[in-house]
Design a protein around this ligand. Structure first.
Ligand code: NAD
Length: 485
């Protein structure tokens, strides 16, 4: 094992979890074991909650301008350690080094937003009657939890932790058991940045610890990012215990390509979207709906896809199970009559035979009823469906149960506007394959891609991580109108 066993992080210290149950951390790049991670129990969670509770009494009293000073230093430390963090992300997640760098850069941007929170969370005050003032202020919730997936070991934790903590909460992070090493490194950087002990804690584990988090009476809010299946479980279970919950789920993003779309730009964007991070992005292009005569664009997409080489500019998928699942979907589509234009099955990288790679795959003449068209594949696979009209294309997009992203490729502003209006997704791209809104705009889908109110980043996160206190004060006994008494 390259790294020592992963530990929990509680009250500013790395400590062993109580359980003997462990999960091997295997690098998808070459199949080598990196470490092991413990599956924590409710007792470990109790220790994290006690530490967060004690810290909250102090941290929540710091003025926000003081709290964000930690994040100015944390941002600098992310920059200073960018290369090392990117290497760690690459090792445990399997994405390419450049993609890992982009993930750290995005984490820096998210932290910059948290640093700006004092300018954004000002309350309101108004004299509502003579001598009588109403005032609002954003108050932290208390102890909050963030449960995260494997696909962005650095960025997704940074969707929640800088904002939640800068706003005065104390956080318990539950990393994905597949990629817990980066989270541990973030804890060290936060400590180095001067974050008081107990404000940020990590409990490692799987579904058992997530259930304990949902049930714990002292945890006030739960943020979840992962598959729709688990998002539903977490949303229901945490809400059952009267917690504030925001649960982001899976996706099936549709790209509507019109015949007037710019050939090169479209092909490059579609290919980058479907193959980036080996298709393991909740914003990845997964289904393309080509309207009318678009053979020339499909041909260009295939040319672009063939330039994407596993182990070079295409990373590995997370595990052997994921590799087998993705290949099963491709084979099933083939058996059902779809045409495999570019086939990524059986991809091998020399010298890394145990790595779990799937090459870029382009499948044409997919029917909307096929599993590959309906389900989240989470691999570098593009399923192409054909329609005669925009409305048919929109009907296919609308019918899918998810709603993270949708894009349209065209040079016609009217058509673009039409798709923006009709698509049933929270984030829409026009000639953009991965329409992630950057800070200060917020990130969040619709339908089965998100359960709960508001979005996870940007200004929207202020509402999620705080509660509003409304106070009405009267200091002038001479006030003429005394309707308050
Ligand atoms: P996952 O749902 O398997 O796991 C997410 C988290 O839930 C992990 O921490 C895991 O330990 C925990 N978990 C797993 N099974 C559980 C159970 N039965 N009960 C309670 N907790 C459980 O997701 P993943 O495979 O790590 O990540 C990929 C998924 O995440 C994809 O579906 C992807 O679309 C989605 N995702 C969505 C967004 C978004 O913004 N909507 C962002 C990133 C990833």
């Amino acid at each position: 094992m390259k790294y020592p066993p992963v530990q929990n992080y509680i009250d500013g210290e790395f400590v062993n979890a109580g359980s003997q149950r462990k999960f091997d951390i295997i690098s998808p790049i070459d199949g080598n074991q990196l470490s092991i991670v413990p599956m924590s129990t409710a007792k470990d969670l109790e220790a994290a909650v006690s530490s967060a509770k004690a810290a909250f009494a102090i941290w929540s009293k710091f003025p926000i301008k003081e709290r964000v000073q930690v994040f100015f230093r944390y941002k600098y430390l992310l920059e200073k350690n960018l290369k090392e963090l990117a290497e760690l992300v690459q090792e445990e997640n399997g994405k390419t080094y450049d993609e890992a760098v982009a993930e750290i850069e995005k984490s820096i941007e998210l932290t910059e937003f948290a640093c700006s929170l004092p300018q954004l969370v000002t309350g309101e005050i108004l004299e509502v009657s003579r001598g009588v003032e109403c005032r609002t202020e954003h108050v932290p919730l208390g102890i909050v939890a963030s449960i995260v997936p494997f696909n962005f070991p650095c960025m997704v934790p940074n969707w929640t932790l800088p904002n939640a903590i800068a706003l005065g909460n104390c956080m318990i992070l539950k990393p994905s058991e597949k990629v817990p090493l980066t989270a541990a490194r973030l804890a060290m950087l936060l400590k180095e940045a001067g974050l008081p002990d107990g404000v940020f804690n990590i409990v490692n584990g799987d579904g058992e610890i997530v259930e304990a988090i949902c049930d714990h009476p002292a945890i006030n809010a739960v943020s979840f990012v992962g598959s729709t299946r688990v998002a539903k479980i977490v949303y229901q279970r945490a809400a059952h215990h009267f917690k504030r919950v925001l649960a982001l789920g899976g996706a099936k993003n549709h790209l509507v390509v019109l015949p007037d779309a710019k050939e090169d730009l479209t092909a490059q964007n579609v290919t980058a979207s479907m193959t980036g991070c080996a298709g393991q992005r909740c914003m990845a292009a997964s289904a393309m709906v080509g309207v009318g005569k678009i053979d020339h664009i499909i041909q260009k997409i295939c040319e672009e896809a063939k330039k994407i080489v596993p182990g070079k500019n295409l990373g590995a998928v997370i595990s052997k199970e994921a590799q087998e699942r993705i290949e099963r979907y491709i084979t099933e589509a083939e058996q059902q009559g779809a045409s495999i234009l570019v086939d990524g099955r059986g991809a091998k990288v020399e010298g890394k035979e145990k790595g779990t790679y799937v090459g870029p795959t382009v499948i044409d003449h997919v029917r909307p009823d096929m599993a590959i068209a309906r389900e989240e594949i989470f691999g570098p696979v593009l399923s192409i469906m054909r329609t005669e009209t925009i409305d048919e294309a929109i009907a296919i997009e609308n019918k899918n149960p998810y709603g993270n992203a949708a894009s349209v490729f065209t040079q016609n502003g009217g058509y673009a506007r039409y798709v923006i209006e009709k698509a049933s997704a929270g984030m829409i791209g026009v000639n953009v394959g991965v329409p992630v809104p950057r800070e200060p705009f917020s990130f969040g889908g619709w339908n089965e891609s998100k359960f709960g109110v508001g979005d996870i980043t940007g200004k929207s996160s202020i509402e999620f991580w705080t509660k509003l206190k409304k106070s009405t004060t009267k200091w002038n006994p001479e006030a003429g109108v005394n309707w308050m008494s």
